[in-house]
Design a protein around this ligand. Structure first.
Ligand code: ADP
Length: 165
């Protein structure tokens, strides 16, 4: 099942939440900042031990003070106009995060709209990629949540899932 929610991802009681991190994995703004604030300083300590992450890859840590069990940190591509493998890299983020969730026996997982904030990926295109991967993996999870930060984003996800894009 794919669910589209308008929520702060740090409040969700799912097995895994996905963080739109940067390559340092040492925290940042946006959803990354929110996750670190709520998880507490133990998360930064766990992330330091990972020594960064390449764009498109994913790493897992415990979620510490968050209601989730795991945080899957993935590094989305910065949008440079679409000619620098951005679509392939964004697809890799979703696939690698979903595979890592399965390896950790997660049955429920929530994603923010990776790369669509500071990294500037055009929302409609990013949502199409996100929904393609969520639909591919949906049979292997109890629930995959598209966690939107605004109602306008939720409309884009609902349209994409309905094939209306
Ligand atoms: P990126 O650097 O990958 O673009 P951002 O954190 O800037 O990451 O934005 C990614 C998406 O996460 C944006 O759509 C933004 O609105 C959304 N977002 C920001 N904070 C939260 C939050 N607490 N919960 C869910 N989504 C969030």
């Amino acid at each position: 099942m794919i669910e589209v929610l308008v929520a702060d991802i740090t409040t969700l009681q799912v097995d895994a939440i996905v963080n739109a991190a940067n390559r340092s994995l040492l925290g940042g703004g946006g959803v990354d900042g929110a996750i670190h604030r709520v998880a507490g300083p133990e998360l930064l300590k766990a992330c330091r031990a990972l020594h960064g992450c390449a764009t498109g890859e994913a790493r897992v840590t415990p979620a510490f003070r968050l209601p989730a069990r795991w945080v899957i940190h993935t590094v989305g591509p910065v949008w440079h106009g679409g000619q620098q493998r951005e679509a392939q890299l964004l697809e890799n983020c979703y696939r690698n995060s979903l595979e890592l969730a399965l390896e950790n026996n997660a049955e429920t997982i929530a994603f923010p709209a990776i790369s669509t904030g500071v990294y500037g990926y055009p929302k409609k295109q990013a949502v199409a990629i996100a929904c393609g991967l969520m639909q591919e993996y949906a049979p292997r999870f109890k629930s995959i949540v598209a966690c939107c930060f605004s109602e306008e984003d939720a409309v884009l996800y609902r349209q994409a899932i309905g094939g209306d894009i």
